[in-house]
Ligand binder design. Structure first.
Ligand SMILES: *[C@@H]1O[C@H](CO)[C@@H](O)[C@H](O)[C@H]1NC(C)=O
Ligand SMILES: *[C@@H]1O[C@H](CO)[C@@H](O)[C@H](O)[C@H]1NC(C)=O
Ligand SMILES: *[C@@H]1O[C@H](CO)[C@@H](O)[C@H](O)[C@H]1NC(C)=O
Ligand SMILES: *[C@@H]1O[C@H](CO)[C@@H](O)[C@H](O)[C@H]1NC(C)=O
Ligand SMILES: *[C@@H]1O[C@H](CO)[C@@H](O)[C@H](O)[C@H]1NC(C)=O
Length: 197
């Protein structure tokens, strides 16, 4: 456990490095204004909520705007933002799980479920870091499969509680990470169809 979270943090900072390098690339249009950024965010969220029965437009638009967006002028940049949000979300969820596990009022079944969820979200963090690597090298197929695996992980965590007839304390966390991943899948599919057309 200790080992996993330490390496996760290494990956996390490594990812931030990529993020800033990406945002500072001179490819970004100098004339970009934040209105343009909000515009591309809203348009993308509209497209994605039309295409996916999971994506919630309001959540999508509010989430993507949480990160300073003045440099986001294209779908690639937006995909990076979504990946960063997903990575932050999964990492924060790990801390939430750690706090929950320390709660002495929890029974053994809840603790067992939380322990599974901790592994699932740790794997999710590592998988999301791999996704960034795959994305930056244009391997959209792999990136796609890995994001889906992360979504399967959050669903498996929830199902663990359901199977035990327990109320999951991580429903909100599943909701956010699942949404962010589905938005990411949608953006990657849009990029992929751009490349092919
Ligand atoms: C984008 O969407 C948000 C939330 O739905 C809305 O408040 C904002 O006015 C929209 N901005 C633009 C430029 O469309
Ligand atoms: C969509 O997300 C917003 C904000 O996160 C929330 O208030 C709303 O209830 C959600 N809608 C659905 C259908 O889940
Ligand atoms: C996950 O992301 C959503 C949207 O960006 C945010 O509202 C929520 O607080 C985040 N949750 C965690 C645990 O980081
Ligand atoms: C432990 O969990 C209970 C029930 O969910 C909650 O009321 C209590 O505040 C928690 N205690 C701590 C120390 O987090
Ligand atoms: C996880 O959250 C998503 C919404 O983002 C929802 O569609 C899905 O049903 C949730 N999974 C479980 C197992 O509750």
């Amino acid at each position: 456990m200790q080992h996993v979270s330490f390496s996760s943090f290494c990956f996390f900072f490594f990812f931030f490095l990529f993020f800033f390098i990406f945002l500072l690339t001179p490819n970004d249009e100098v004339s970009a204004t934040s209105t343009l950024s909000v515009d591309i965010i809203n348009k993308t969220c509209k497209t994605c909520s039309d295409r996916s029965s999971v994506v919630n437009y309001t959540f999508c638009s509010a989430s993507l705007q949480e990160i300073p967006v003045s440099h986001v002028t294209n779908l690639q940049g937006l995909a990076i933002v979504a990946m960063e949000l997903a990575l932050q979300n999964a990492t924060n969820t790990l801390s939430i799980i750690k706090e929950l596990v320390n709660n002495e009022t929890l029974g053994p079944s809840s603790l067992a479920c939380l322990s599974d969820c901790s592994l699932l979200y740790s794997d999710g963090v590592v998988t999301l870091v791999d996704t960034v690597g795959a994305f930056l090298t244009g391997q959209y197929g792999n990136a796609d499969a890995w994001v889906s695996a992360v979504m399967q992980g959050t669903a498996t965590c929830e199902e663990g509680f359901q199977d035990m007839e327990l109320v999951s304390p991580l429903t909100k966390e599943n909701y956010s990470l699942f949404q962010l991943c589905d938005v990411l899948l949608c953006i990657m599919n849009l990029l992929d169809s751009d490349v092919k057309s």
